[in-house]
Design a protein around this ligand. Structure first.
Ligand code: TXA
Ligand code: MG
Length: 318
C-alpha cells in the first residue's frame, strides 16, 4: 500500500522515487497527477501500466518554469504570451516538439507536438528539485474519475504505487484547459480549468473549436465513468435516483432523491468545478443505479463541467 505523506514532508522522498523511475501521485492545482520522470522510458511505461491505459495516449510533460519549457518546445510569440499570462496554472500548451529535448518518445506517443504545463505549488517544486520534466496524467485508473483528494487516489491506485503526496483537495477540481498553438492561431483541444473566454481575451483572437482532427487524442467519449448510469439536464428526479444538483433551486422530485449533492448552492461555476469529481464519487458510492444531474449553464467553466458530465454519461461496455 502506498505511503501517504503530507506535502510539507514529502519533497525529498518524492524526488528520490522519481529518480529511481517510480510513478507516484502528486497534487497539482487541477487534479492529482500520476507522475514519472519524462526522460525515463521505463518510468513513463509504469504510468500506463499503473493506470491500465488501453492505448499509449500522449501525456502532458510538466515543467518547473518557462525556461524548462523552452528547451522542450518551440514557443512562437502567441504561445509565450499565453505562458506568461497563465503559468503556473491550469493551461496546457500543445506546441512543436524540439529535437533533442530529452523527453522519452513514449510521452508524445509518436507525435511531433508536445503538451506542456507548468503546475502551481508542490508539482512545480518537485520538478525543480528533480531538474527534469515530469509526465503526469490524472491519478486514476483508465476510464475512472480523476482523483481530487489523496484519499480518492489511495482507494483507486494505492495498491499499485509507493507514494501519494497529500496536498488536500485540489483547488481547481478538473483538468487543465488544453490548447494547440501554431502560426495559424489557437485551437481548443479540451475545455478545462481556465475558461476559453479568458484565453481569448489574452490572445486577442478567437479559439478554433471542434475543428476536425484537433481533439486531444486521449479524449475517449466514455471517460470519467462512475458505476451508476447518468441522466443529464434532468427536469425531474425519478424514484431511486441520486441527484447531482446545481444552484439554489431544485428540480421536481428532488425530495425523493436517495442521495443529494449540490455542486454549488449559489450557482458559482468555479465552486462547481472544484466539487465535480468528489460529488460524483460520493453519489456513485451511495449505490443508486442512476445519478440524475441538473442542468449546468454552458458559459465560462460550465463548458468544461458539461464536457466531463457528457463523458461520464457516455455509453460504455462495462
Ligand atoms: O490538469 C491536467 O491536465 C492533469 C494534471 C495531472 O496535470 N493532467 C491530465 O493529463 O489531465 P491526461 O493524461 O489525463 O490528459 C492529457 C490529455 C490527453 O487527452 C492527451 O490526449 C492530450 O492531453 N495530449 C497530450 N499530448 C498531446 C499532443 N501532442 N497533442 C494533442 N493532445 C495531446
Ligand atoms: Mg485523465
Amino acid at each position: 500500500m502506498a505511503d501517504i505523506l503530507p506535502e510539507s514532508e514529502a519533497l525529498s522522498r518524492a524526488v528520490e522515487l522519481l529518480r529511481e523511475g517510480a510513478a507516484i501521485a502528486i497534487p497539482t492545482e487541477t487534479v492529482y497527477g500520476l507522475a514519472a520522470d519524462a526522460t525515463n522510458g521505463e518510468a513513463v511505461a509504469r504510468i500506463y501500466e499503473t493506470k491500465g491505459r488501453p492505448q499509449f495516449n500522449p501525456l502532458i510533460a510538466h515543467v518547473a518554469d518557462i525556461a524548462m519549457a523552452e528547451r522542450i518546445a518551440d514557443f512562437n510569440p502567441l504561445a509565450r504570451r499565453l505562458a506568461d499570462a497563465f503559468w503556473p496554472g491550469p493551461l496546457t500548451l500543445v506546441l512543436p516538439h524540439r529535437a533533442g529535448s530529452g523527453i522519452h518518445p513514449l510521452v508524445t506517443a509518436g507525435l511531433d507536438t508536445i503538451a506542456l504545463r507548468c503546475p502551481r505549488g508542490f508539482g512545480a517544486r518537485v520538478i525543480a528539485a528533480l531538474d527534469r520534466p515530469v509526465a503526469a496524467p490524472s491519478a486514476n485508473s483508465s476510464g475512472r474519475i480523476s482523483g481530487t483528494t489523496a484519499q480518492a487516489v489511495a482507494a483507486d491506485l494505492g495498491a499499485r504505487i509507493p507514494l501519494i503526496v497529500d496536498g488536500g483537495p485540489t483547488p481547481v477540481g478538473l483538468e487543465s484547459t488544453i490548447v494547440k498553438v501554431s502560426d495559424d492561431g489557437i485551437a481548443l483541444l479540451r475545455p478545462g480549468g481556465i475558461a476559453a473566454e479568458e484565453i481569448e481575451r489574452v490572445a486577442g483572437l478567437p479559439l478554433a473549436r471542434g475543428a476536425k482532427g484537433v481533439q486531444a487524442p486521449g479524449m475517449l467519449a466514455s471517460h470519467y465513468a462512475p458505476s451508476a448510469h447518468m441522466r443529464l439536464n434532468v427536469t425531474q428526479v425519478e424514484p431511486g435516483e441520486a441527484l447531482l444538483a446545481f444552484g439554489p433551486r431544485r428540480v421536481a422530485g428532488a425530495e425523493k432523491a436517495v442521495a443529494l449533492r449540490n455542486l454549488s448552492e449559489s450557482g458559482d461555476l468555479r465552486e462547481a468545478a472544484t466539487n465535480l469529481f468528489s460529488h460524483l464519487l460520493a453519489l456513485d458510492s451511495s449505490g443508486a443505479a442512476t445519478i440524475a444531474v441538473e442542468p449546468v449553464p454552458l458559459e465560462g467553466l460550465g463548458e468544461a463541467i458539461n464536457d466531463r458530465l457528457a463523458r461520464a454519461a457516455a455509453p460504455r461496455d462495462s
